[in-house]
Write a protein that binds this ligand. Structure first.
Ligand code: FES
Length: 148
């Protein structure tokens, strides 16, 4: 029988192999670039925000399996959400990735597949890079995001 760890691993493998919302967005009004200088991985996030809602979001770049899967899962999770909902979600994901004692909130859905990352401190930056890049884009911060 498949256990939760297997299920989570399958979600990450699937989103790495077939990243959702991958590629440049034709029409966007927010964007930001993020990189992890330790490995050279980078990503660029494009967002179309309208009336306080994330109408569309895509990303492109080159990253490890965790960073690609995390960006793919993130784009699925935030599309159609309000900026306030996205800020709330960021807080939940950040706690999930960094706090060993934090229970994984039930409303995280497929994002919970990344919860195992907190056992591997070096991979936390892989999973959080896209979220910090998203925040910078929404804040219209022009400085590239770095994990260091
Ligand atoms: Fe570079 Fe994961 S190894 S972001």
């Amino acid at each position: 029988m498949m256990d939760l760890a297997d299920l989570y691993r399958d979600v990450i493998v699937d989103h790495n192999k077939k990243p959702r919302n991958f590629g440049r967005l034709e029409q966007f009004n927010r964007d930001s670039e993020g990189n992890n200088p330790l490995c050279g991985d980078r990503l660029h996030i494009f967002i179309d925000v309208e009336s306080d809602l994330i109408r569309d979001i895509r990303f492109e770049g080159k990253g490890c399996a965790i960073s690609t899967a995390s960006a793919s899962l993130m784009t699925e999770a935030v599309k159609g959400k309000s900026l306030a909902e996205v800020r709330h979600l960021f807080g939940e994901v950040h706690d999930m990735l960094t706090r060993h004692d934090a229970p994984v909130p039930a409303d995280l859905g497929k994002l919970a597949a990344l919860s195992g990352v907190r056992e591997f401190p070096a991979r936390v930056k892989c999973a959080s890079l896209c979220w910090h890049t998203l925040n910078a884009a929404l804040a219209r911060d022009a400085a590239p995001v770095t994990t260091e």
